[in-house]
Write a protein that binds this ligand. Structure first.
Ligand code: IPE
Ligand code: IPE
Ligand code: MG
Length: 251
């Protein structure tokens, strides 16, 4: 039997994610897995594994709140600096996650996508993601983006090169290049910019995540380590976001 993320009782509860600020897209830097494990005398990878349960909780909450896009920073272009054993472990997790949760994601109308230079990922990671993407292509609920081998500077450089080629091949005129058009060369083409960025794990930096797209995003930081991040904490972030006055340079 298919299990659903949302039971009837939950869906009837009033949820605090509502407010005047639009909330189409949430981006999350899921940080603190290694420290979570080390605090418990466990190997760092145990934290990555535990972090999967938080992913499920957050996806559930995002579905409940009718968020249209959720982008999760899963593996950065800088994370290749880590020991090979840790990299291998992290890059197996998308496959494990999808093997276990894809039916639930489908039951909840979630569409899976990836952003980042996925060509460099191991073949089993790419296959699992390709299968999930294809299988969920027609779902029109939450779009869940996994940012894998993602780095914003790399993304911007690739976009620039591709644009240069289009100009060179006369597919595009330099006069027509504006912010809107440039955005369409990024991995996030067609998606709204994030309204809210959440970073767990205590650090207050972007670590090369969505530098262009976050220009007017509201930021919310917490010391809570990703495996401990709860639905209550997520709702707190959304609630605080709804208190923000977004001016976009106006008055
Ligand atoms: C975030 O947790 C997950 C990835 C970067 C893949 P970390 O592994 O960075 O955990 P800390 O920051 O070392 O605690
Ligand atoms: C950011 O976390 C990358 C991901 C969560 C995938 P890091 O742990 O790699 O960031 P730094 O090294 O603290 O900046
Ligand atoms: Mg970290």
């Amino acid at each position: 039997m298919k299990t659903s993320f949302i039971d009837k009782k939950q869906s009837e509860d009033r949820i605090s994610c509502l407010g005047d600020n639009k909330l189409n897209h949430i981006a999350i830097i899921m940080d603190g897995n290694g420290r979570w494990a080390q605090k418990r005398g466990m190997p760092r990878v145990a934290g990555h594994k535990e972090g999967l349960t938080t992913v499920v909780k957050v996806v559930k909450s995002a579905v409940k709140c009718k968020v249209k896009y959720l982008t999760l920073y899963t593996f950065s272009t800088e994370n290749w600096k880590r020991p090979k054993s840790e990299i291998d472990f992290i890059l197996k997790l998308p496959m494990e996650f999808l093997n276990r949760y894809l039916p639930e994601l489908i039951a909840n109308n979630v569409r899976i996508e990836t952003i980042g230079d996925v060509a460099y990922l191991p073949v089993y990671t790419r296959k699992a993601l390709q299968y999930a993407t294809k299988r969920t292509r027609n779902n029109d609920g939450l779009q869940l983006n996994f940012a894998l081998n993602y780095g914003s500077r790399h993304e911007i450089l690739l976009a620039m090169k591709e644009m240069y080629l289009d100009i060179n091949h006369a597919k595009l005129s330099l006069d027509n290049v504006d912010e809107q058009l440039f955005s369409q060369y990024l991995n996030t083409a067609g998606m709204p910019e994030p309204d809210l960025l959440i970073r767990t794990g205590g650090e207050k930096r972007l670590s090369n995540f969505l530098l262009w797209q976050l220009a007017y995003t509201e930021f919310w930081f917490t010391d809570v380590l990703w495996p401990d991040f709860s639905e209550e904490e997520f709702m707190r972030a959304l609630d605080e976001y709804q208190q923000r006055k977004r001016r976009f340079g106006g008055i």
